[in-house]
Structure formats: structure tokens, C-alpha cells
Design a protein around this ligand. Structure first.
Ligand SMILES: C[S@@+](CC[C@H](N)C(=O)[O-])C[C@H]1O[C@@H](n2cnc3c(N)ncnc32)[C@H](O)[C@@H]1O
Length: 269
């Protein structure tokens, strides 16, 4: 059973978005974990590292499937790690999920050696991916598996009636910009690429709870990143929709959350 947790008010906007993302995209995360399972033998996976663990979406899903493994979540952000530990204790997983404050780009990165490394929506943020991939390579035993996931652009959140507005917003915010391709950097670090897959999410949901909050945060994030090319008319319309999603008198009764993510699976020979 999924262990949904309520999101406390005091968390940072990123932690809040990640926690909402985990709730809204639970199935997508499960799809990616299923890809990891295809390439690993559960019996030989004793140690998993989640690099850039954030609020733990990957770490908790991995701990559930790899039920005999220890999962180490590493991140640069001590508050995220504290949140992960607190949630692990709360779910009586404190002995199976631990955390370490580490930078995957540091030349002396040392998270020990794992059978499986997972990193979701993190590596596009690092300034020198070549160093990060070399560090990940060193942190896997020979035969160990690396699973990396990235979003293909930002998710869309509005129903079809609002597509012209959403399209204009997405263009102005570069939401569909070129996505990263980690195949080359993975091979350059010594990995054997096993497969690349697309995980997809397409959900028409009542504009309520986590889905509503997620849609409002995503629209606001795009608005914050929009170039001056966005007309004042569209910007005002988007601000209205954000207010509408946050208020009690609704024009929007549904949100349509859809997007794809790429999953790369590689092996240390
Ligand atoms: C967009 S969040 C993704 C979190 C989580 N993996 C998920 O899918 O929900 C990116 C996370 O990577 C962490 N991060 C960014 N650069 C990092 C680095 N160089 N080393 C370790 N963690 C890093 C951030 O602090 C943040 O928690």
C-alpha cells in the first residue's frame, strides 16, 4: 500500500513541489522502478543509493520493492535529508533508509559501493555531468546498475479548453526546450547502456487536493520563468487560473496532468 504523507506547511517550495509530484506521479515512479527491477536480481541488491533524493519519492518506492536492501539517500540539501529521515522513522523504515549530505560533483564523492544507483531529475542540475557520472561509476560494484530519469520538459496541467493559453505560456517559459541525453556521458564514464525508455503520465483529475496544488505550482513556476515574449493578456489569464485553482470559486473543475520522462538504464561492466 502507498504510504501517502501529508505535506507540512513549513517545507520549502521545492520540497512541496517534489512531495506533490510524488503523489500525482506515483504510477510514473512505479513504472521507472519496474524498469530497474527488470535489470536487477532482487536477491543480489543489498545496497541502493538514491542520488539527489529530494523528499524521497524514489528512495521509498525502491525500499518497498527491494525489500531486503538498504537505501542511502544523498543530497546537497540538509533539510530534504531531515525530511526523508523523519518520514522513514514514521514508517518504521529508519533501519532501512539512511541519508548522507554529499555533492555528487565533488571530486572526493564517497557514498560507498552500491548494487543499484537511482537518480531522478537531478543530473540536469549539475554543472559538470562528466564528473558526476564518473563518481556514480566508482560507486557501483562491477555488474551494478544505474537508473537515471529526467523529465522531457515540464508537465502540462490544463484541460483542453485552456490549451491556447497553456501553449503560449509554455513557449514563453521554454518548457518544451531541448531535453538532455545522458547516453553519451554514460558511455564516456565507462557504462554499458542497457536501454532507454519513456515513462508516461496522462491523468484527468478533479481539481482537488494534490493534483490542484501541483497544477497551480507548475503554472506559477512557468509564469516565473516566462520571457517578456509572454503577452500581458496571457500572463493575466494564467494568474487568474492560478488564483482560481487556489480559491473556492472555480472555473476549473478538472486538471489534465500529462508529461513524459526518459529513463536510462546502464551497467558498470
Ligand atoms: C528536482 S529535485 C529531485 C528530487 C528527487 N530525486 C525526485 O525525483 O523527487 C533535485 C534534487 O537534487 C539535489 N541536488 C542537486 N544537485 C546535487 C548535487 N550536486 N549533489 C547531490 N544532490 C544534488 C537537490 O538538492 C534536490 O533535492
Amino acid at each position: 500500500m502507498a504510504h501517502h504523507h501529508t505535506i507540512p506547511d513549513h517545507v520549502s517550495p521545492l520540497a512541496r513541489l517534489l512531495a506533490l509530484d510524488a503523489l500525482v506521479h506515483e504510477k510514473l515512479i512505479k513504472q521507472a522502478v519496474a524498469v530497474a527491477l527488470l535489470h536487477t536480481d532482487i536477491a543480489t541488491v543489498a545496497r541502493v543509493i538514491d542520488v539527489g533524493v529530494g523528499t524521497g519519492a524514489g528512495a521509498f518506492a525502491l525500499a518497498e520493492e527491494y525489500s531486503a536492501a538498504h537505501v542511502l539517500g544523498v543530497d546537497l540539501d540538509a533539510d530534504m535529508l531531515a525530511d526523508v529521515r523523519q518520514r522513514a522513522d514514521h514508517q518504521e523504515l529508519g533501519d532501512r533508509i539512511s541519508t548522507a549530505l554529499l555533492d555528487v560533483e565533488a571530486p572526493d564523492f564517497d557514498a560507498g559501493v552500491a548494487d543499484l544507483i537511482w537518480s531522478s531529475n537531478v543530473l540536469h542540475e549539475v554543472s559538470d555531468p562528466a564528473i558526476a557520472f564518473r563518481n556514480l561509476f566508482r560507486s557501483l560494484r562491477p555488474g551494478g546498475v544505474l537508473v537515471v530519469m529526467e523529465m522531457d520538459g515540464s508537465p502540462s496541467v490544463l484541460p483542453s479548453a485552456f490549451q491556447p493559453v497553456e501553449r503560449a505560456l509554455r513557449v514563453a517559459a521554454g518548457a518544451d526546450g531541448p531535453r538532455v541525453d545522458w547516453s553519451g556521458p554514460m558511455r564516456a564514464a565507462g557504462f554499458e547502456l542497457l536501454e532507454t525508455r519513456t515513462a508516461a503520465s496522462d491523468q484527468l483529475l478533479p481539481a482537488d487536493g494534490a493534483a490542484r496544488d501541483y497544477a497551480a505550482l507548475e503554472l506559477q513556476r512557468l509564469l516565473d520563468h516566462a520571457s517578456p515574449a509572454l503577452t500581458e493578456q496571457i500572463a493575466a489569464e494564467v494568474r487568474d487560473l492560478v488564483a482560481d485553482l487556489s480559491g473556492s470559486h472555480r472555473r476549473l473543475t478538472e486538471v489534465h496532468i500529462r508529461g513524459t520522462r526518459t529513463v536510462w538504464v546502464a551497467r558498470r561492466p
